[in-house]
Design a protein around this ligand. Structure first.
Ligand code: AR6
Length: 166
């Protein structure tokens, strides 16, 4: 596992994970950046898939991204912590791994799912992300390289501290 500060659309891994919405319609944040970089074929493929429940993922091609695959994870909207947000967020990381295994993908890049527009507290989300990824890495040898791609220094600091504490 490593922490990188930067733009996930430029990361060359087998799959980048997107923070999508359940309609799988182009939005803002990392989703908007991924659509802009991948090109219009991405929305066409997502429209054929149709949608995805919160806590789950769908996989598409990467089109013009350096990454050949995109795993679209639908994180929970933060509603104060009483709407099962923690387990839905954990489920995003776990189902991304399940899809990666099914497709034989060794390297993944994750953004900080739900911590932007969806308002999930950053420190709490970081703990959930790191714990889920550590556990998944220990279960199976398919995925061997996970990068947490942080768009700002605050998020990168939270991830570095969380990894250092383990
Ligand atoms: N690379 C890496 N991380 C990024 C990038 C980037 N290019 N751009 C933003 N981030 P958000 P959410 C960070 O809002 O909270 C969309 O409209 C950002 O700083 O992208 O899960 C979707 O369609 C933050 O740390 O996703 C959904 O409707 C993290 O990515 C909704 O937003 C996630 O922020 C999903 O909201």
């Amino acid at each position: 596992m490593s922490v990188v500060e930067g733009d996930i659309t430029r990361v060359a891994v087998d799959a980048v994970v997107n923070a999508a919405n359940s309609a799988l319609k182009r939005g803002g944040g990392v989703d908007g950046a991924i659509h802009a970089a991948a090109g219009p074929e991405l929305q066409a493929e997502l429209d054929r898939i149709g949608g995805c429940p919160t806590g789950a993922c769908r996989i598409t091609r990467g089109y013009r991204l350096p990454a050949p695959w995109i795993i679209h994870a639908v994180g929970p909207v933060w509603r104060g912590g009483t709407a099962d947000e923690d387990s839905l967020l954990e489920s995003c990381y776990r189902t991304a791994f399940a899809l990666a295994r099914r497709h034989g993908l060794a390297s993944l890049a994750f953004p900080a799912i739900s911590t932007g527009i969806y308002g999930f507290p950053k420190d709490r989300a970081t703990r959930i992300a790191v714990a889920a990824v550590l556990d998944e890495l220990s279960r199976d040898g398919t995925v061997t390289d996970v990068r947490f791609v942080c768009f700002d220094a605050e998020t990168a600091g939270l991830y570095r501290a969380e990894l250092a504490g383990r």
